[in-house]
Design a protein around this ligand. Structure first.
Ligand code: NAD
Ligand code: TYD
Length: 341
């Protein structure tokens, strides 16, 4: 492994991975390949922009010629794929882009990688492919039961990765992460959305009763989990990466309000998300078996995250303008109005 193409790494988790790899593996060349959709942001990569082992290319993973050009130009031997449409609520509004990137894009990336003789491809997936887990913990051999268009598109992409391993003998590894949070997360997901709204004393729209359970994983732990699977994972295998820190949304909301010193009156229960999964929970003994373990618990990770958003208004204030406000209106205006009635 020497020249690694990290796709979708201008986004939240991919940029954390790129920053980590550039600093921790100076003998690897890290090439970030990203389409720069609304969620892609070169400012996430500013901390490494002057490093000699970092390069950036703008491109779509579904564009075979552009992917091929980057493979050739940088003599790529390894691919780590983060590129995705990643927000459940947007997939409920309109799923076209999810099929384009999370299904077709993954196929084009695999097929181009096969033709080029890529040595290893790690594909980043999600616990949401397992569906709603009423009790217990998902293990890697469990079946898929995706419920949102986002989860279904991620499941489709994974199935193609599996097929390229079994049919074509490609050296693939899949990781399935749980709900990830931390600095540089686009303020549409629960934590960065609620933290930034609360800083501005705006209403926090909690879907339904707020008793849905998520397993919270700090972004730095997700990154080291992917690093472990990339270096030590077995070809054709999938690895769960879980925080093993399960909390209800309403509890998470109370905790962030308390850290910010803001009133619980900001909470507004609004009509629920359609098809809303009640609970995700995974067992990650398999990855632990490769030597990985979490370094952050939710208490410390949440405090660090709240502090980061308080100290980096410059990063998120300019995101919450323009198209973002149109998305906000579509997603929340009617819900908040219904809650007022
Ligand atoms: P994100 O939305 O912050 O970033 C996605 C990135 O992919 C953006 O930089 C975007 O520009 C890029 N992208 C989108 N379509 C592209 C295309 N066609 N070609 C090239 N680049 C494209 O997402 P994230 O939260 O960082 O998630 C990264 C990966 O991790 C995704 O595959 C997601 O499914 C998975 N994941 C996320 C979480 C989470 O809680 N955020 C949890 C588990 C797994
Ligand atoms: P989200 O961050 O969108 O992640 P996911 O749906 O992939 O788990 O949402 C996390 C939880 O928070 C989920 O149960 C939905 C809930 N939620 C709200 O209650 N209100 C909101 O405005 C958002 C964005 C999420």
């Amino acid at each position: 492994m020497k020249n690694i193409l990290v796709t979708g790494a201008a986004g939240f988790i991919g940029s954390a991975f790129a920053r980590y790899m550039v600093k921790n593996y100076p003998h690897y060349n890290i090439v970030v390949y990203d389409k720069l959709t609304y969620a892609g942001n070169l400012e996430n990569l500013l901390p490494i922009s002057d490093e000699p082992n970092y390069r950036f290319v703008q491109g779509d993973i579904a564009d075979r010629n552009a992917v091929q050009r980057s493979f050739d130009e940088f003599q790529i031997d390894t691919v780590v794929n983060f590129a995705a449409e990643s927000h459940v609520d947007r997939s409920i509004l309109q799923a076209d882009a999810f099929i384009h990137t999370d299904v077709v894009g993954v196929y084009i990336l695999l097929d181009t990688a096969k033709a080029h003789g890529i040595e290893r491809i790690l594909h980043v997936s999600t616990d949401e492919v397992y569906g709603d887990i009423h009790s217990g913990f998902s293990v890697e051999t469990d079946g898929f039961a995706p419920n949102s268009p986002y989860a279904a598109s991620k499941a489709g992409g994974e199935m193609m990765v599996r097929a390229y391993h079994i049919t074509h003998g490609m050296n693939t590894v899949i990781t399935r992460g749980s709900n990830t949070y931390g600095p540089y997360q686009y303020p549409e997901k629960l934590l960065p959305f609620f933290i930034t709204e609360a800083i501005d004393e705006r209403k926090l729209p909690v879907y339904g009763d707020g008793r849905q359970v998520r397993d919270w994983l700090f972004v730095e732990d997700h990154v080291t989990g992917i690093d472990t699977a990339l270096h030590h994972g077995k070809a054709g295998e999938a690895y769960n990466i879980a925080g093993e820190d399960l909390h209800e949304n309403i509890e998470v909301t109370h905790r962030l309000l308390s850290l910010l010193g803001k009133s619980k009156d900001l909470i507004k229960h609004v009509p629920d998300r359609e098809g809303h999964d009640r609970r995700y929970a995974m067992n990650c003994d398999k990855l632990r078996g490769l030597g990985w373990k979490q370094q952050f618990n939710f208490t410390d990770g949440l405090e660090a995250t709240v502090n980061w958003y308080q100290n980096n208004l410059w990063w998120w204030r300019k995101i919450k303008t323009g198209d973002y406000l149109e998305y906000y209106r579509q997603q929340y205006a009617a819900r908040l109005a219904a809650a007022e009635e």
